[in-house]
Design a binder for this molecule. Structure first.
Ligand SMILES: [Cu+2]
Length: 509
């Protein structure tokens, strides 16, 4: 049995064979680009999205949608296409590098790429108004202004983002800088990116998306197979030394409560926007969709032969005693509801090696914002996120491509305090309590206060671009709107909620 949604990926495979006749994924049209004569890139890449097949399980390969990349100009090690994974290439850049990327759309669908966490001009941010049709190319040009950190990229066509990311379209965008170099953190083979995603597969090894239709859309897609770097049952063989683990929750809607299986605390060294001031120890870390943490993982205390797991612990995914009851009772992901405990990946300690690196006591300098640093500290902007009648709403409004409301207009170079709320009680029985991971485009911000239903396990000590709000929770954030005027998005990063309209524009002028 092939249902309609599986068929979308399978149909793409036929289209791919035709499109691949063109050969190299070089730019074909460049019509949507704004290529400037005075922009001299240090790094020029092509990135092509197309249907493809990967061997995830024995037997039939899985049809996926995938980014493939190529270095046109610059350091050839800046881009690495992963082996036997649906994930896109890992792009490595340095702060202040100028980057030109030709995005070729060879999907049987419209698309555009968003550089998640990067501070780029509005036109380069992948707003859905810039989607390109099949066969077209969009050329991005920007300078990497972000500090060292683990950023990522994924599609952003309105109404189609959940489908396209689930099909495989996502990749890491890593930035390094001089300050990070000085720390002598574990590098090369000791610097390991781990992209955690959940997927569901049918008996023919094909992806299943939203099998229960609207029921799954309301909660967000929850798969019953945990993949790391595109592979189920992921195993990592390590030596008795320290590693840098860069973890991205690349799932459409699943939240992870990460911990080591033996109870050792997690040593967190970075969040969405790069290194913390100093390492922090957490018994567990709650990581919402699109959020990143980096861990210092030191295996020197374990004897060779030890097996360890990174697990996701049980948590209550909905507010207790809410009018609709716990979210688990409603979720479409019946086989692995949100909040279920499971193993994320297995670590085998296989080799004795002497560690010479020490965990740095100080990692970076972060100027900590306080609420009173904001220009509107007496009168914060308030945005309330909720679902109603199958619509995703922010302050009661759903997404309109070009629409900006009065309370979404921001002065260039201002520093603002925003209060993000997931506790709208005015809806009464219509209110469905669900987590909402809220993402701002184009900015890194700081979480300065949380209130309401307080949950532990967040890492609010550093720069963030996505903040998870559990039901009943509020967070105050401070952001500076410098450098780039124009229209940017803010939205729920539960991708099904986003596709249902829980997304709005803010306009910087
Ligand atoms: Cu949401």
């Amino acid at each position: 049995m092939i249902n309609r949604r599986q068929f979308l990926y399978l149909a793409g495979a036929g289209a791919a064979n035709l499109l691949n006749m063109n050969g190299l994924p070089f730019p074909k049209t460049g019509i949507a680009s704004s290529q400037k004569d005075d922009f001299f890139p240090d790094l020029e890449l092509s990135l092509t999205a197309r249907p493809s097949e990967v061997q995830i399980f024995p037997g039939q390969p899985t049809t996926v949608w995938q980014y493939k990349g190529q270095v046109i100009k610059g350091d050839p090690t800046s881009l690495m296409n992963p082996d036997q994974s649906y994930l896109g290439p890992i792009i490595r850049t340095r702060k202040n590098q100028k980057v030109r990327i030709h995005f070729n759309n060879d999907l049987p669908d419209r698309s555009i790429v968003h550089w998640h966490g990067l501070h780029v001009p509005a036109k380069m941010d992948g707003h859905p108004m810039y989607v390109i049709p099949t066969g077209d190319t969009f050329t991005y040009e920007f300078e990497v202004l972000n500090r060292a950190g683990t950023y990522w990229y994924h599609p952003h066509p309105h109404g189609r983002t959940g489908h396209q990311v689930y099909g495989g379209l996502a990749g890491l965008f890593l930035v390094s800088d001089d300050q990070e170099d000085e720390l002598n953190l574990p590098d090369e083979k000791l610097d390991i990116p781990l992209v955690i995603q959940d997927r569901s597969f049918n008996s023919n090894n094909q992806l299943i998306y939203l099998p229960r239709g609207m029921r799954d859309s309301m909660t967000g897609m929850l798969g019953d197979t945990i993949c790391v770097n595109g592979k189920p049952d992921f195993k990592l063989s390590v030596s008795t030394r320290a590693y840098r683990l860069r973890i991205l929750n690349g799932s459409n809607s699943r939240i992870y409560k990460l911990a080591w299986s033996d109870g050792t605390p997690l040593t967190v060294i970075a969040t969405d926007g790069g290194l913390l001031e100093k390492p922090v120890q957490k018994k567990y870390v709650v990581l919402g969709p699109a959020e990143r943490i980096e861990l210092w993982a030191d295996f020197s205390k374990y004897p060779v032969g030890t097996s360890l797991e990174l697990v996701s612990k049980y948590f209550e995914a909905a507010m207790q005693g809410s009018v609709m009851g716990p979210r688990r009772g409603m979720t479409g992901g019946d086989r692995l509801p949100d909040g279920s405990p499971f193993s994320v990946l297995k670590i085998d300690v296989v080799k004795k090696e002497n560690e010479t690196r020490l965990l740095p006591k100080k990692l970076s300098a972060i100027e900590r914002y306080q609420p009173h640093d904001a220009d509107n500290s007496d009168n914060p902007r308030r945005f309330s996120f909720f679902m109603r009648h199958m619509n995703g709403l922010i302050n009661g409004r759903t997404f309109r491509m070009q629409e900006v409301a009065d309370d979404e207009r921001i002065r260039l170079n201002s520093t603002e305090l925003w209060e993000l709320a997931n506790d709208d009680s005015s809806m009464g029985m219509m209110m469905m309590p669900m987590p909402h991971p809220v993402h701002l485009h184009g900015k890194q911000f700081q979480v300065v206060e949380r209130s309401g239903a307080l949950h532990s396990g967040y890492v609010d000590e550093g720069w963030k671009d996505t903040v998870l709000l559990m039901p009943g929770e509020r967070a105050k954030i401070v952001a500076n709107f410098s450098d780039y005027p124009g229209m940017f998005l803010y939205h729920c990063h539960n991708l099904e909620h986003e596709d249902m309209g829980m997304m709005r524009n803010y306009l910087v002028t």
